[in-house]
Design a protein around this ligand. Structure first.
Ligand SMILES: NC(=O)c1ccc[n+]([C@@H]2O[C@H](COP(=O)([O-])OP(=O)(O)OC[C@H]3O[C@@H](n4cnc5c(N)ncnc54)[C@H](OP(=O)(O)O)[C@@H]3O)[C@@H](O)[C@H]2O)c1
Length: 407
């Protein structure tokens, strides 16, 4: 796991609730909200392969061609698949779905809440509609599901949450908050003696929300050391977690040293302490500064431009040769989220403070390198002044030692 070869599990809390096996039962029904989406369909297939006979899939829209084909395959395998349409964020729909299950299907034994939508963007530019749209299925939806099933003897109540609520993610403030609500609700349920599990998934490969994101977002994720979850491994993890006792678990394949190198701020999170490799972080930070310290002025400029060129290429998911030194960063495609990432990395590795907005003002790499160099020179001057002041103080202290002894 530390080498990033396996799925990394960050166990946030492990309340003791016994070793009861929550295996899938043929004589039960299972509700999958967002069941006509990519992960919902994956779960449905996995459940049927585990022996489930009665699956309920919900969504607001009728199944598309892919969903229809999978439903037919599941039915051909002997399962009964009911599609119940409705908006999970309204109490009325949730009631209707549950009433229909109770009237015509075997007892409901498990809920997988996988309904969700994305509407990414920086918070300053987000409107209320974009915020509530993302919150609705995860906040209202989860709450109604919780309220209206709390008297049923469920074996599991699983929320498909995201690593965004565990670690944060650029441009996903609304999505992180929505998922955090589910994480919290699951802990609340456990406190009430009810089953509950929130899985903070990383991005899944092949299909689903993350796979639909623009390529540069995916590249950015990969460049931060987080790899996509292969469906087979994801389902394996789900199976393990359903028979486990954790209430919140992060599941994402990750290369920890690279992860902490790209996002050093996260190394401070207490629950990631076990994975923190401080040495890696320190040495990466030291490397470029050390080189700059011993370089001549012309060499410093070269070092900084090539440092910035490779950072920007990395963040934008491009090759170094595609990054032009005299071209404005925004013209090359740097957006505000990438600017924040660049600011964070430059701040951590060079210990200089360039506001993220500066990167969006048409600045080129050459101009940026000059600006950083100036900040470094001022810092060196300040350090030298402090050093010489310290020396003077030391000299004075030498003289004043006598007085102290006298006193
Ligand atoms: N895919 C990933 O990489 C990933 C990573 C971390 C977490 N997750 C979480 O896993 C879940 C499933 O993701 P996915 O990739 O399968 O997404 P998806 O393919 O977009 O499926 C989500 C489904 O939710 C349904 N839905 C959205 N709002 C709804 C509402 N108000 N009422 C009822 N249904 C609603 C959508 O159908 P309609 O639009 O027809 O209603 C859609 O089919 C999401 O909650 C997501 O946050 C996914």
């Amino acid at each position: 796991m530390q080498q990033g070869k396996h799925i990394g599990k960050v166990v946030v809390s492990m309340p003791e609730t016994g070793d009861e096996q929550k295996s899938i039962k043929p004589e039960a029904s299972y509700l999958i909200t967002g069941g006509l989406g990519a992960l919902g369909l994956e779960v449905a297939q996995w459940m049927v392969s585990e022996g489930a006979q009665n699956i309920v899939l919900t969504g607001r829209r009728s199944p598309n061609e892919t969903a229809q084909k999978i439903i037919e395959e599941l039915e051909a395998a002997g399962a009964s698949v009911s599609v119940l349409l409705g908006d999970i964020s309204t109490q009325e729909s949730v009631m209707k779905i549950l009433e229909e299950i109770s009237a015509s299907l075997p007892p409901l034994k498990g809920v997988i809440h996988a309904a969700g939508v994305l509407d990414d963007g920086v918070l300053q530019k987000m409107n209320w509609e974009g915020f509530t749209k993302v919150m609705a299925p995860k906040v209202s939806g989860t709450w109604y599901l919780h309220q209206l099933t709390q008297d049923l003897p469920l074996d599991f109540f699983v929320c498909f949450s995201s690593m965004a609520s565990m670690l944060g993610n650029y441009g996903q403030g609304n999505y992180a908050a929505a998922n955090a609500f589910m994480d919290g609700l699951v802990h609340y349920r456990r406190g009430q003696g009810l089953p509950g599990l929130s899985i903070n998934w990383g991005a899944w490969a092949t299909a689903g929300m993350a796979a639909r994101l623009a390529r540069e977002h995916q590249n950015r994720m990969q460049s931060s050391g987080v790899m996509a979850i292969e469906p087979e491994l994801g389902m394996q993890a789900l199976g393990l977690l359903l028979s486990g006792s954790q209430s919140q678990v992060g599941v994402f394949p990750v290369n920890w040293p690279e992860f902490f190198r790209q996002m050093p701020g996260l190394a401070k999170l207490p629950f990631l302490e076990a994975f923190t490799t401080k040495l890696v972080e320190q040495s990466q930070k030291g490397q470029i500064l050390e080189q700059l310290n011993v370089a001549s002025e012309t060499e410093q400029e070269k070092l900084l431009t090539s440092y910035l060129q490779s950072k920007i290429a990395h963040i934008m998911g491009m090759t170094v040769s595609q990054i032009e030194l005299e071209q404005s960063l925004t013209v090359m495609g740097l957006d505000s989220l990438m600017a924040v990432e660049l600011r964070n990395q430059v701040q951590t590795e060079l210990a200089v403070d360039i506001p993220a907005t500066r990167f969006m003002e048409g600045i080129t790499i050459v101009a940026l390198a000059t600006e950083i160099k100036q900040q470094l020179i001022i810092k060196t001057d300040k350090n030298q002044t402090i050093e010489s002041n310290n020396q003077e103080q030391l000299d004075q202290n030498k003289d004043s030692n006598w007085i102290e002894v006298e006193l």
